[in-house]
Write a protein that binds this ligand. Structure first.
Ligand code: SAM
Length: 223
């Protein structure tokens, strides 16, 4: 597993895995995701699940190059969108394609971020939790709940249960090769809905499971 350190001088920040597992691959991220993951399909389902309305505030945790935010901003003018990511390099790419109504924050989702920026109507995240350690998945989901207003919505797209032999083989050959097995296996074993429930979310629904050349990507929504 490739873990990078942030760039804050004088302080050892938490580690994170860059977008494609290795910092040198980040320039290829958008093309690889588009070609290898049937991105239009799963991201379209995520955007539909989010059902953003003008005037709503949304947080995208681990926004990466900003693909989700750009789509949402074009589709729903008048919404207020915040992208958060610990990788300063990927945020430079995200800012290049920024649309009106979108702002970016550098860092992790933690108590300080929640105190400063919450509440949000919607917290979204795509392809982030599969590349974090199990305890980090728990911590992110807990802070996601804290960041939401009462009745707010959670929408997540990520690698979920790899139910068939083919999906398990493809997931192992691609995502687990880039991001390592330790962090990714809990997703492949289908742990995310239980972790959402443990974090206090209710009405957890898997609304899609899209087979791709890199494994199955699920879309969930919860309250
Ligand atoms: C595979 S990329 C996904 C980017 C984007 N959400 C998308 O759908 O294309 C994962 C992103 O999560 C970020 N990330 C990794 N660990 C994180 C953490 N603990 N908290 C928040 N973001 C994290 C990485 O910096 C990276 O930009």
């Amino acid at each position: 597993m490739s873990m990078e350190r942030g760039s804050d001088p004088g302080r050892e920040p938490p580690a994170y895995t860059p977008a494609l597992g290795h910092r040198a691959l980040t320039p290829l991220y958008d093309a690889v995701i588009a070609l290898a993951t049937r991105e239009n399909l799963w991201r379209g389902r995520l955007v539909d699940a989010i059902a953003l309305k003008a005037g709503e505030r949304l947080l995208d945790v681990g926004c990466g190059t900003g693909s989700l935010l750009a789509t949402l901003a074009r589709r729903t003018p008048g919404a207020s969108l915040v992208g958060l990511d610990p990788d300063a390099d990927v945020l430079i790419r995200a800012k290049r394609r920024a649309e009106a109504g979108v702002s970016f924050e550098h860092g992790f989702l933690d108590g300080d971020f929640v105190s400063l920026h919450a509440p949000f109507d919607i917290v979204a995240s795509s392809l982030v939790l599969h590349q974090t350690p199990l305890e980090t998945k728990r911590r992110i989901l807990r802070h996601m709940r804290e960041a939401l207003r009462p009745g707010g919505r959670l929408c997540i797209a990520d690698y979920g249960l790899q139910a068939s032999g083919l999906m398990r083989i493809l997931f192992r050959a691609t995502v687990q090769t880039l991001d390592g097995v330790e962090d990714t296996q809990p997703n492949a074993d289908g742990v995310l809905p239980a972790l959402m429930s443990e974090a206090g979310f209710v009405d957890i629904e898997e609304i899609a499971s899209v087979p791709t050349a890199t494994g199955a990507i699920s879309v969930w929504r919860a309250r």
